[in-house]
Design a protein around this ligand. Structure first.
Ligand code: FDP
Length: 303
């Protein structure tokens, strides 16, 4: 293994060690933080106290990792320079982009939420093809962490191990999307969808089962588990949809592609989208490849 390969493997491992160690703390701190903070994020959304807390913990832990030069989050205007000189014999530097608490509007109703993480080889904003790993934590009835690297996709259960710290056990290895899709979940109001997307949705409704929980991580995890398609599409008054390219769409697209699926903005692969700015939004459609292909054809013909 070359020095730069060693650095990359070490950075990826350290990032997901840090995320796994922080996840139980983020979860344990939720009950007292189901209230709005006095802040808005760069996308103009009101930030919950739990978002702020998760972001601070992750910045602190990920910022300590050797080889990580930048930390960016959906809740911060700019990339935080956390770089120290790499000690592993390589000049390669990595940036980590995080959505600390994806789906935090589910806090009030006590539904699932997650943490999304992308490890980019390069500075941000970057193309999804520059990701070397991505993953998410799902705070469901249990805490799970999905990690995708060049080697494949795995799912771990994360629990607190008392004085020993966090315990992790791999429960699914080499995950691939089931070939016979079962579920779909689409965000946004139906009247706000484009004509092309509405036509596609009408077809899908008679083929698959609706599963929409309002947190991308939870809804994507249904697709990863049962097969199907998740979308937060372009809307009449929001042609770029709702989800952020760097923090949400790219990491999810990377995971789903590694699991054998596809991810598109409606016309091209999400991972090929050229970023213009850190917090840009993008329509996201992810799932089994044949469904994403059909979606692209419908969106194209019905603009
Ligand atoms: P949230 O605003 O609660 O953080 O990232 C945005 C997100 O959640 C996604 O997790 C989720 O898929 C989507 O927004 C939900 O939006 P709607 O409330 O419009 O369904």
């Amino acid at each position: 293994m070359s020095g730069s390969d060693r650095l990359e493997a070490s950075v990826i491992e350290s990032v997901f060690d840090a995320v796994a160690e922080t996840a139980p703390e983020i979860r344990a701190a939720l009950p007292g933080r189901r209230v709005e903070s006095d802040r808005e994020n760069p996308s103009g959304e009101t930030v919950m106290a739990a978002d702020v807390h998760a972001d601070e913990l992750l910045e602190e832990r990920i910022g300590l990792i050797d080889g990580v030069s930048g930390y960016a989050s959906e809740e911060r205007e700019t990339v935080v320079d956390v770089g120290s000189e790499p000690k592993l014999g390589s000049e390669s530097r990595y940036a980590v982009a995080v959505d600390p608490l994806d789906g935090s509007s589910n806090l009030r109703s006590n539904n699932a939420m997650g943490t999304v993480v992308g490890v980019y080889d390069g500075s941000l904003p970057a193309r999804g093809r520059d990701l070397v790993a991505a993953g998410y934590v799902l705070y469901g009835p249990i805490t799970t962490m999905v990690v995708a690297t060049a080697d494949g996709v795995r799912e771990e259960v994360v629990t607190r191990g008392g004085d020993e710290g966090v315990e992790r056990s791999v429960v699914r290895e080499s995950i691939s999307l089931p070939s016979d899709p079962v579920v779909y979940g689409f965000g946004g109001r139906v009247p706000d969808w484009t004509d092309g997307f509405r036509v596609f949705a009408r077809e899908i409704e008679s083929e698959l089962k609706l599963r929409y929980g309002g947190a991308m991580v939870g809804d994507v995890n249904q697709v990863l588990t049962y097969g199907g398609i998740f979308a937060y599409p372009a809307l009449a008054d929001a042609p770029n949809g709702k989800l952020r390219l760097q923090f949400e769409a790219n990491p999810i697209a990377f995971i789903i592609e590694r699991a054998g699926g596809a991810a598109s903005d409606g016309t091209e692969a999400i991972l090929d989208v050229d970023p213009e700015e850190l917090h840009q939004r993008v329509p996201l459609h992810v799932g089994n490849e044949q469904l994403v292909d059909r979606l692209e054809a419908a969106v194209e013909s019905g603009q």
